[in-house]
Structure formats: structure tokens, C-alpha cells
Design a protein around this ligand. Structure first.
Ligand code: NDP
Length: 458
């Protein structure tokens, strides 16, 4: 009989926490999970899932435009934002209920309150005014949007959290940032007919991805009518919504100010550790406020673990899920499991979409020196009748000595789907010769990946 109320207490019912709780309970542990907002976490409630639904919604404007070449006359189309929001909310409620049911079926107790550390085995349930004890504690509260509050007027801006619940669709928006969220939402708002400005402090957008694709996506976004301003440092946001202007004015260093109905910050997400009382438990944080863990997600305190965005290893849902599962296997399943954070396939649901796995050209050159580049930029078949001039781009980075494919980067429709499958080949160590020996699927865009023969001479 344990001296604690629970074998495992999980803080945060998001992707990582829910997976860990369910698997640990499946191994026979007595588990509780505390959640201060909604079960499902950022990905399900106000991240990946509703975002992808918005992306689908925003594609229709292009589809209607392109339908004509295929003989369709779709007439005059109109868009109703409240319908999209209401339908999205129904789907999110459905998923939220599934998450709750899955936890309950696994025997996990759900506590809909915030939990904070009192000491390394004790948590205060804020709102219930009681404490609970646990043999082990898993910290999985995710991350929260970062807003640079040193910019005057930054508080007027929304973040992605609020973007999912806007009552009305703005006529114009300025999105500050040039990463995943900024680029995805710029495509969403533009596709829904909003005058969209993307203000990024660097050049080109999407730092960290392959440079050719960064430039490619930026160019295509501009062609779609998005005002992408690079080297754009926002210095001040003025609120003129209550006077005749009815807008916000965004001042940008050395560039003309812009007037918009809404301003959104998408400038990264910070580990959600503030106020958790981790200091009372003696848990070490790094300089960015992330919990420091070892390869088994264990902190410096033996009975405290952490998974997901709060550890800042890779802020991606599938990574958090893997970390949660590996933790439960290690601690409760007697199967020590670490997560391999290398070679993570990922997609940016920009328009055009970007799918990528492995090293960028720049990273490969630095690490391997001698590399071969194969790249192809072409008009996808659909453009023949659609009238669209949006290009598809594919790029393979190959180790010139071993012939191993080190990276694969794609810009174009369904590139996220392709990245998922390419991730398997690259993890298995596929060579360029393996790609060449693979029969093409015709007619597809992906066949280009196995038919590129000419090295790119830069
Ligand atoms: P990112 O880290 O992707 O991008 C942050 C952007 O904000 C960068 O362009 C950065 O510029 C800029 N920035 C940071 N600080 C400032 C500042 N003080 N002033 C101006 N600009 C600033 O974060 P996101 O918020 O876009 O997304 C958060 C995380 O969520 C991502 O890391 C990603 O892992 C995850 N996510 C994944 C998605 C997917 O898988 N499709 C979708 C959405 C989010 P710079 O490049 O110069 O540093």
C-alpha cells in the first residue's frame, strides 16, 4: 500500500499528458490528471486540429477560382465566418469528449483544476482548496504564446489562442512573426478574403527550413496577394479603434505604418512553467524557462518527470505523444524507452504547403561537406486547366560519399503527406540509388522524387 494518494499525478491533459496517463494506468498505476482549461490540450482545442479545419476552409476560394477551367461555373460564392466557427466548435467538442472518455475508460481520474507544486510529492489543487500527494509527478502543461511586451501596444494584439474564437472576421490583419503559426494563419486569413500583412523581422520567412523552400513559399504567398514584409521590426501598435479610424496602426521601423482591423502576434511559444511552483519542488529550468530532462524525461528530482512543449525539445504534438508513451513504458512498463528526436518529419500548412524531413542544404553542407543537390521546380498537372501558376518544388540532399539521402524538402499540395512517408525511407537510411530504383506512381507530383537524375550545379 503506497503512502501517497496516487502513484502518478499528471499536470496537463494535452497530447503528452493524456498519452502518459492512459498508458501508465494501463500498466496498473493509480493515475490522476489535472487540467485547468480543456482536456485535449493545445493541439486539439486551439492548435493543430482547428487550424487544419481553417486551412481547409480557406482553400475553397482558390478551388472556386480554378474550377472554371474544368468546366464548372460555381456562380457567386459567399463565406460565413460564424458557420465555420460553430461547426469547428462542434468538432472540437466531439474530440474533447473522446479524450475524456478514453481517460475514464483507462481508469484515470480527471481533475478540472489547476495544480501547483507545494513540494516534490505534494500538489495544491487551486480552486478545490485541497492538496494531493503522488509518488511520481509528470509535468506536461505545454507552452503558451509569447508576446514581446516591450513593444508599446503589444497588449492590443491577439494570439492564435484568440484567433480560433473571433466573433467576426476582420477586413484586414497584420500578423507579426515568420514561423509556423504566422505563415499558416496568413494563408488562412488571405484565403478567407481578409487583407493580410505578414510582418517578419528576418528574411526570408520560416527560419530553420531549407532556404530554397523558404524563398519559394514566400514568393508564392506574395503572388496570392499577401503583403509579406521582411526585415520588418514592429516598434509600436496604436489603438484607434475607438475614434474615427476604427483600426490599429502598426508602426514598423524604417517602413510606412499600416492600418488594420486586427493585429496578431505569432512570435513563438514559451514553456508554461510560470506559477507552477517548480522551485518548491527543486526542479531545474533552463534559461528559456523549460524543464531540463534526461533522455527518459526525468528531471533532476528523481520522482518528477516532464514531457512535451514544457521541455522545449521539439514543440510538436507527435513528439509530445511519443515522449508521454516512452515515459509510461519506462517507469510503469519496465521497458526503458527513449525518444529519438532526430529526423522528425514535419509540415507547415502554409499555402502552398511545405513538407520536410532531414537536413536542410545548409545543415548538410556544414555537417557533411560534400553533398549533391537534386531539385525540381515545376507546374503541377492540375495547373494545366486550373489557370494557377503556383509552382511545386522538390529537393533532395544527398551525401556525395555514401549516396545516403540526408534531407528531402517539398513545397506543394499534399507535401505534408509525402513527408510522412519519406520520413520512413530516410530513417531507414535510403540512398539516392534506392530512390532511383523505386518505380514511379504516375501521374503524381511525388513521382518527381524518384525521377530526378541531374545534379544541381549551384
Ligand atoms: P516559431 O518558433 O515557428 O516562429 C516564431 C517566429 O516569431 C519566428 O519567425 C521568430 O523570428 C519570430 N519572433 C520571435 N520573437 C520575436 C520578437 N520578439 N519580435 C518579432 N518576431 C519574433 O513559433 P510559432 O509561434 O510560429 O509556433 C510555435 C511552435 O508551435 C512552433 O515551434 C512549432 O513547433 C509549433 N507549431 C507547429 C505546427 C505544425 O506542425 N504545422 C503549426 C503551428 C505551430 P526568428 O525566425 O527571427 O527567430
Amino acid at each position: 500500500m503506497t503512502q501517497y494518494d496516487y502513484d502518478l499525478f499528471v499536470i496537463g491533459a494535452g497530447s503528452g499528458g493524456v498519452r502518459a496517463a492512459r498508458i501508465a494506468a494501463g500498466y496498473g498505476a493509480k493515475v490522476a490528471v489535472a487540467e485547468e482549461y480543456r482536456v485535449g490540450g493545445t493541439c486539439v482545442i486551439r492548435g493543430c486540429v482547428p487550424k487544419k479545419l481553417f486551412v481547409y476552409a480557406s482553400h475553397f476560394s482558390d478551388e472556386f477560382k480554378h474550377a472554371k477551367g474544368f468546366g464548372w461555373d460555381v456562380g457567386k460564392s459567399t463565406f460565413d465566418w460564424p458557420t465555420l466557427i460553430a461547426n469547428k466548435d462542434v468538432e472540437i467538442d466531439r474530440l474533447n469528449k473522446i479524450y475524456i472518455k478514453n481517460l475514464e475508460t483507462a481508469g484515470v481520474e480527471i481533475i478540472l483544476h489547476r495544480a501547483e507544486f507545494k513540494d516534490d510529492h505534494t500538489l495544491v489543487l487551486v480552486g478545490e482548496n485541497r492538496t494531493v500527494t503522488a509518488e511520481r509527478i509528470l509535468v506536461a502543461p505545454g507552452a503558451a504564446p509569447f508576446v514581446p511586451h516591450n513593444v508599446p501596444g503589444a497588449t492590443y494584439a491577439i494570439t492564435s489562442n484568440e484567433a480560433f474564437h473571433l466573433e467576426t472576421l476582420p477586413k484586414s490583419i497584420a500578423i507579426i512573426g515568420g514561423g509556423y503559426i504566422a505563415v499558416e494563419f496568413a494563408g488562412i486569413f488571405n484565403g478567407l478574403g481578409v487583407e493580410t500583412h505578414l510582418l517578419y523581422r528576418g528574411d526570408p520567412i520560416l527560419r530553420g527550413f531549407d532556404e530554397d523552400l523558404r524563398k519559394g513559399v514566400q514568393g508564392e504567398m506574395q503572388k496570392k496577394g499577401i503583403d509579406v514584409q521582411t526585415n520588418a521590426n514592429v516598434s509600436c501598435i496604436h489603438d484607434h479603434t475607438h475614434d474615427n479610424g476604427g483600426h490599429f496602426t502598426v508602426d514598423i521601423d524604417d517602413k510606412p505604418s499600416i492600418d488594420v482591423e486586427l493585429v496578431m502576434y505569432a512570435t513563438g511559444r514559451v514553456p508554461h512553467t510560470t506559477g507552477l511552483g517548480l522551485d518548491k519542488a527543486g526542479v531545474n529550468l533552463d534559461g528559456a524557462g523549460a524543464i531540463v530532462v534526461d533522455e527518459f524525461s526525468q528531471t533532476n528530482i528523481e520522482n518528477i518527470y516532464a514531457v512535451g512543449d514544457v521541455t522545449n525539445r521539439a514543440q510538436l504534438t507527435p513528439v509530445a505523444i511519443r515522449e508521454g508513451h516512452a515515459f509510461a513504458n519506462t517507469v510503469y512498463g519496465e521497458r526503458p524507452t527513449s525518444v529519438d528526436h532526430a529526423m522528425i518529419p514535419t509540415a507547415v500548412f502554409s499555402q502552398p504547403e511545405m513538407g520536410t524531413v532531414g537536413l536542410t542544404e545548409e545543415q548538410a553542407r556544414e555537417k557533411f561537406g560534400k553533398i549533391d543537390i537534386y531539385k525540381s521546380t515545376f507546374n503541377p498537372m492540375k495547373n494545366a486547366l486550373s489557370g494557377s501558376d503556383e509552382k511545386t518544388m522538390m529537393k533532395l540532399i544527398v551525401d556525395a560519399i555514401t549516396d545516403k539521402v540526408l534531407g528531402c524538402h517539398i513545397m506543394g499540395p499534399d507535401s505534408g503527406e509525402m513527408a510522412q512517408l519519406l520520413g520512413i525511407s530516410l530513417r531507414m537510411g535510403a540512398t539516392k540509388a534506392d530512390f532511383d530504383a523505386t518505380m514511379a506512381v504516375h501521374p503524381t507530383a511525388a513521382e518527381e522524387l524518384v525521377t530526378m537524375r541531374t545534379k544541381f550545379e549551384g
